[in-house]
Design a protein. Structure first.
Length: 199
Protein backbone atom coordinates (compact mmCIF):
# COMPACT_ATOMS: atom_id res chain seq x y z
CA UNK A 1 0.00 0.00 0.00
CA UNK A 2 1.33 3.51 -0.75
CA UNK A 3 2.94 5.34 2.17
CA UNK A 4 0.42 8.16 2.16
CA UNK A 5 -2.91 8.93 0.52
CA UNK A 6 -4.66 12.28 0.66
CA UNK A 7 -8.18 13.25 -0.37
CA UNK A 8 -8.70 16.76 -1.73
CA UNK A 9 -12.14 18.36 -1.72
CA UNK A 10 -12.60 21.79 -3.36
CA UNK A 11 -15.47 23.84 -1.91
CA UNK A 12 -16.79 27.22 -3.00
CA UNK A 13 -18.28 29.72 -0.59
CA UNK A 14 -21.75 28.67 0.55
CA UNK A 15 -23.27 31.80 -1.01
CA UNK A 16 -22.01 30.91 -4.49
CA UNK A 17 -22.59 27.17 -4.35
CA UNK A 18 -25.47 25.40 -6.11
CA UNK A 19 -26.56 28.48 -8.07
CA UNK A 20 -27.91 26.21 -10.83
CA UNK A 21 -30.52 24.98 -8.37
CA UNK A 22 -31.93 28.47 -7.81
CA UNK A 23 -35.08 27.63 -9.77
CA UNK A 24 -36.07 24.92 -7.29
CA UNK A 25 -34.34 25.91 -4.03
CA UNK A 26 -34.09 29.29 -2.31
CA UNK A 27 -30.79 30.68 -1.02
CA UNK A 28 -31.13 29.22 2.49
CA UNK A 29 -32.08 25.79 1.13
CA UNK A 30 -29.10 25.81 -1.21
CA UNK A 31 -26.77 26.77 1.64
CA UNK A 32 -28.14 23.99 3.82
CA UNK A 33 -27.80 21.50 0.97
CA UNK A 34 -24.22 22.62 0.34
CA UNK A 35 -23.12 22.00 3.92
CA UNK A 36 -25.12 18.76 4.27
CA UNK A 37 -23.50 17.28 1.16
CA UNK A 38 -20.02 18.52 2.06
CA UNK A 39 -20.28 16.99 5.52
CA UNK A 40 -21.35 13.66 4.07
CA UNK A 41 -18.40 13.63 1.68
CA UNK A 42 -15.83 14.68 4.30
CA UNK A 43 -17.01 12.06 6.81
CA UNK A 44 -16.98 9.27 4.22
CA UNK A 45 -13.43 10.21 3.23
CA UNK A 46 -12.32 10.34 6.86
CA UNK A 47 -13.73 6.89 7.57
CA UNK A 48 -12.11 5.22 4.59
CA UNK A 49 -9.35 2.84 5.62
CA UNK A 50 -7.37 3.94 2.55
CA UNK A 51 -7.12 7.67 3.24
CA UNK A 52 -4.58 9.18 5.60
CA UNK A 53 -5.61 12.85 5.39
CA UNK A 54 -8.56 14.88 4.12
CA UNK A 55 -8.06 18.47 3.00
CA UNK A 56 -10.64 21.04 1.91
CA UNK A 57 -9.54 23.63 -0.63
CA UNK A 58 -11.47 26.89 -0.31
CA UNK A 59 -11.31 30.68 -0.33
CA UNK A 60 -14.13 30.95 2.24
CA UNK A 61 -13.34 31.41 5.92
CA UNK A 62 -16.80 30.09 6.78
CA UNK A 63 -16.15 26.90 4.81
CA UNK A 64 -12.67 26.58 6.31
CA UNK A 65 -14.11 26.77 9.84
CA UNK A 66 -16.73 24.19 8.88
CA UNK A 67 -14.06 21.87 7.46
CA UNK A 68 -11.89 22.15 10.56
CA UNK A 69 -14.90 21.33 12.75
CA UNK A 70 -15.00 18.00 10.88
CA UNK A 71 -11.25 17.41 11.42
CA UNK A 72 -10.37 18.19 7.81
CA UNK A 73 -7.25 20.15 6.99
CA UNK A 74 -7.70 23.35 5.01
CA UNK A 75 -5.79 24.77 2.08
CA UNK A 76 -6.78 28.41 1.71
CA UNK A 77 -7.05 30.16 -1.65
CA UNK A 78 -7.11 33.93 -2.14
CA UNK A 79 -10.02 33.73 -4.57
CA UNK A 80 -12.58 31.24 -5.86
CA UNK A 81 -10.63 30.24 -8.95
CA UNK A 82 -12.62 27.20 -10.00
CA UNK A 83 -12.34 23.53 -9.12
CA UNK A 84 -9.47 22.53 -11.40
CA UNK A 85 -7.30 25.55 -10.65
CA UNK A 86 -7.96 25.20 -6.93
CA UNK A 87 -6.94 21.55 -6.97
CA UNK A 88 -3.83 22.26 -9.03
CA UNK A 89 -2.81 25.01 -6.61
CA UNK A 90 -3.53 22.74 -3.64
CA UNK A 91 -1.31 20.01 -5.06
CA UNK A 92 1.52 22.53 -5.19
CA UNK A 93 0.91 23.47 -1.55
CA UNK A 94 1.22 20.00 -0.04
CA UNK A 95 4.24 20.16 2.26
CA UNK A 96 4.88 16.42 2.17
CA UNK A 97 4.10 14.83 -1.16
CA UNK A 98 1.70 11.90 -0.72
CA UNK A 99 2.04 8.80 -2.86
CA UNK A 100 -1.43 9.34 -4.31
CA UNK A 101 -4.28 11.81 -4.17
CA UNK A 102 -8.03 11.32 -4.54
CA UNK A 103 -9.90 14.38 -5.84
CA UNK A 104 -13.68 14.50 -5.42
CA UNK A 105 -16.41 17.16 -5.58
CA UNK A 106 -18.37 18.06 -2.47
CA UNK A 107 -21.86 17.26 -3.76
CA UNK A 108 -22.14 13.47 -3.83
CA UNK A 109 -25.36 12.61 -1.93
CA UNK A 110 -24.91 8.83 -2.11
CA UNK A 111 -21.24 8.63 -1.16
CA UNK A 112 -20.43 6.05 1.50
CA UNK A 113 -17.34 4.43 2.93
CA UNK A 114 -17.70 1.12 1.01
CA UNK A 115 -17.90 3.05 -2.27
CA UNK A 116 -14.74 5.03 -1.45
CA UNK A 117 -12.89 1.88 -0.42
CA UNK A 118 -14.08 0.07 -3.56
CA UNK A 119 -12.32 2.70 -5.66
CA UNK A 120 -9.00 2.05 -3.93
CA UNK A 121 -9.46 -1.72 -3.83
CA UNK A 122 -9.92 -1.77 -7.61
CA UNK A 123 -6.62 0.02 -8.26
CA UNK A 124 -3.73 -2.25 -9.14
CA UNK A 125 -0.09 -1.37 -8.60
CA UNK A 126 0.26 -0.63 -12.33
CA UNK A 127 -2.57 1.87 -12.60
CA UNK A 128 -1.61 5.51 -12.34
CA UNK A 129 -5.10 6.98 -12.78
CA UNK A 130 -8.54 5.76 -11.71
CA UNK A 131 -11.58 7.66 -12.99
CA UNK A 132 -15.18 7.46 -11.80
CA UNK A 133 -17.57 9.21 -14.22
CA UNK A 134 -20.86 10.80 -13.29
CA UNK A 135 -24.09 9.08 -14.25
CA UNK A 136 -24.16 10.83 -17.65
CA UNK A 137 -20.51 10.05 -18.41
CA UNK A 138 -19.92 13.77 -18.84
CA UNK A 139 -18.28 14.79 -15.59
CA UNK A 140 -15.71 13.19 -13.31
CA UNK A 141 -16.85 12.42 -9.78
CA UNK A 142 -13.60 10.89 -8.55
CA UNK A 143 -10.03 11.18 -9.81
CA UNK A 144 -7.34 9.08 -8.16
CA UNK A 145 -3.81 9.91 -9.26
CA UNK A 146 -0.65 7.97 -8.38
CA UNK A 147 1.56 9.98 -8.10
CA UNK A 148 -0.52 13.13 -7.50
CA UNK A 149 0.87 15.16 -10.40
CA UNK A 150 0.61 12.44 -13.04
CA UNK A 151 -2.04 14.51 -14.88
CA UNK A 152 -3.49 17.96 -14.26
CA UNK A 153 -7.07 18.00 -12.92
CA UNK A 154 -9.49 19.33 -15.53
CA UNK A 155 -12.89 19.28 -13.87
CA UNK A 156 -15.86 21.09 -15.39
CA UNK A 157 -17.70 20.58 -18.66
CA UNK A 158 -16.88 17.26 -20.35
CA UNK A 159 -14.24 16.55 -17.72
CA UNK A 160 -14.54 12.77 -18.06
CA UNK A 161 -13.58 12.90 -21.75
CA UNK A 162 -10.85 15.46 -21.07
CA UNK A 163 -9.35 13.39 -18.27
CA UNK A 164 -9.36 10.30 -20.48
CA UNK A 165 -7.73 12.26 -23.29
CA UNK A 166 -5.03 13.49 -20.91
CA UNK A 167 -4.24 9.98 -19.70
CA UNK A 168 -4.03 8.66 -23.26
CA UNK A 169 -1.80 11.51 -24.35
CA UNK A 170 0.56 10.74 -21.47
CA UNK A 171 0.34 6.98 -22.11
CA UNK A 172 -0.80 6.29 -18.54
CA UNK A 173 -2.24 3.04 -17.26
CA UNK A 174 -5.82 4.02 -16.45
CA UNK A 175 -8.92 2.36 -15.06
CA UNK A 176 -12.51 3.60 -15.42
CA UNK A 177 -14.80 2.47 -12.62
CA UNK A 178 -18.58 2.58 -12.53
CA UNK A 179 -19.57 3.13 -8.89
CA UNK A 180 -23.24 3.96 -8.43
CA UNK A 181 -22.78 5.69 -5.08
CA UNK A 182 -20.28 8.08 -6.64
CA UNK A 183 -22.05 8.58 -9.96
CA UNK A 184 -24.63 11.12 -8.77
CA UNK A 185 -23.75 14.73 -8.10
CA UNK A 186 -26.29 17.49 -7.56
CA UNK A 187 -25.63 20.10 -10.22
CA UNK A 188 -29.11 20.83 -11.55
CA UNK A 189 -32.82 20.25 -10.91
CA UNK A 190 -32.75 17.05 -12.95
CA UNK A 191 -30.20 15.60 -10.54
CA UNK A 192 -32.46 16.39 -7.59
CA UNK A 193 -35.40 14.74 -9.33
CA UNK A 194 -33.26 11.68 -10.03
CA UNK A 195 -32.28 11.49 -6.35
CA UNK A 196 -35.87 11.88 -5.16
CA UNK A 197 -36.96 9.17 -7.60
CA UNK A 198 -34.53 6.73 -5.97
CA UNK A 199 -36.22 7.11 -2.60
Amino acid sequence: MPASTWALLPLKSSERAKSRLSDVLDAEQRKQLFFTLAQRVILALHESRNIDAVAVVTSSREVAWFARSLRARTIMQNDDIGMSAALEAALQCLHTAPARVLMVPGDLPLICVPAVDALFDAQTSREQVVLVPDRRHEGTNALLCSPPHVIAPCFGNSSFARHLEATRAANLVTRVLEIEELALDLDCADDLEYLWGMR
